[in-house]
Design a protein around this ligand. Sequence first.
Ligand code: SF4
Length: 388
Amino acid sequence: MATLINLSKTPSLAGIRQPATLRPPEVEPGVACDFDSYLLTPDTSCSERIAAAKARLGQDVVILGHHYQRDEVIQFADFRGDSLKLSQQAAEAQGRYIVFCGVHFMAESADILRRSHQEVILPDLSAGCSMADMADIGQVETCWNELQALGNLQVVPVTYMNSTAAIKAFTGEHGGSVCTSSNAAAVMRWAYARGERVLFIPDEHLGRNTAFRMGIPLDRMIVWDPYQELGGNSPEAVRNAKVILWKGYCSVHQRFLPEHVAKVRREHPGIRVIVHPECRFEVVQAADEIGSTEGILKAVQASPPGSQWAVGTEVHLVHRLSQERKDRLVISLDPNVCVCSTMFRITPQHLLWALENLVAGNVVNRITVDDRTRHYARIALERMLSLR
Ligand code: SF4
């Protein structure tokens, strides 16, 4: 079970030993440094102060920024990436403090992979993930028990990176693995070498799209609704299934529809459509290419100048890509902005607050995972990192 320490009301600094050379001018000993006082800080002065705090912390801090993060925040990231790349960075980071500008499950993974002297900070604890929230450990354990009760079923659990530490630990403890959108096929191949069927948690679409591309027919896939007995399936359907897909989805990627693909093709003849595998099956089938976040970046960057791309993923990444590759047309597949609203909760003010507290000797919003959960989740995450 993960434990959160929310110090959003930071206690007085009195009595805290602070290296004089690190103390920022705004934070005086004995003066509370709470988030409320940062709320009205304008973005422009935030930028200057973030840069100053980061400079004061030097090698002690490493800032990780997910590709979906807003520009005002990601400009300060030492490393940018998707959840796979950032979890590798977290495992290799040298800094004492890992400030994770992503969402909660990513910071948990960083805490599982960190070295013993490091601490992981999520600048806003409300930066969660709607998909990860669609599977809780109690539901997964109930599902597992119902599957075991059918008798003699070989099931290997695979959980997407976008899940809680408790579910990652469950997969590690039960012979499974974590996967990302970059290596989901490799992890599923690994799983099929160990059992007849895969329980794929929590993204129905990533599981279906990956399995279909591996040659598994749709009629060998079932959806597990955690609010129904046996997931809403008959025992025969479960026994026939090669993949059991947890009924979960990403609120951003689910918004893309086949109609968007048809429309963009009408409006931009010759345009290539590339979508994230968290999109619906029908959208993936209508697209030209499927790509993880890093895969989308590589495909567009490797294309010749003059290329046209409609991209089905979070809009901050699409917009940044269009700015960085002005000799190509890069547009969002959905004309109505698709923002990851939870990641958007991390503002420059939150980053500033976290960094200036660190300068003052306060660790705020630390993410910690308990030892047992860490042990088994680490097994599942290390399997993921070893499979490409
Ligand atoms: S884009 Fe979707 S899956 Fe990714 S963090 Fe946001 S809600 Fe979760």
